[in-house]
Write a new protein. Structure first.
Length: 146
């Protein structure tokens, strides 16, 4: 009987050591389909994503690359961007640290947002340091790539 209990405990301990860590719901590749303010009806941001942006997440890291074009009254606006860094997700509270970015003044900064995932759609809403929704930063909607 003691041998069975000992073997059972040994089995539980060894299988527990190989248990997989819980996967982040963000892991994978996402395509940006909307950029705009939380309450804006302005469609200029929507036009910018004609070409698109892809953002990818691993367990701890994120990266994005994108090319946006928008026809404005003053001419064509072109944005080509890239960035990468680390992130933490605690419930729906998302926090990233920027390690690389085409806008050099953003390197080393932290960015917070509320993330909600419905089916294969990610709603990324910018917040301040106290998790209050910001009106001055564009929010993003992504669809999961398969």
């Amino acid at each position: 009987m003691k041998k069975i209990i000992f073997l059972g405990l040994a089995f539980l301990l060894t299988t527990g050591a190989y248990a997989q860590e819980k996967k982040s719901p963000l892991e994978g590749a996402w395509k940006c389909i909307y950029i705009g303010g939380p309450v804006t009806t302005d469609t200029s941001f929507q036009a910018m994503i004609k070409e698109g942006q892809i953002k990818m997440f691993s367990k701890r890291y994120w990266t994005f690359v994108g090319h946006f074009e928008s026809k404005l009254d003053t001419g064509i606006y072109i944005y080509e961007g890239y960035g990468a860094g680390t992130y933490k997700l605690n419930g729906d509270k998302y926090e990233e640290t920027i390690i690389y970015h085409n806008q050099k003044d953003l390197v080393g900064k932290k960015y917070k947002a509320i993330d909600k995932i419905r089916n294969d759609t990610l709603f990324h809403t910018a917040t301040d340091d106290n998790w209050k929704i910001r009106e001055d930063i564009a929010n993003e909607i992504y669809v999961r790539l398969k």
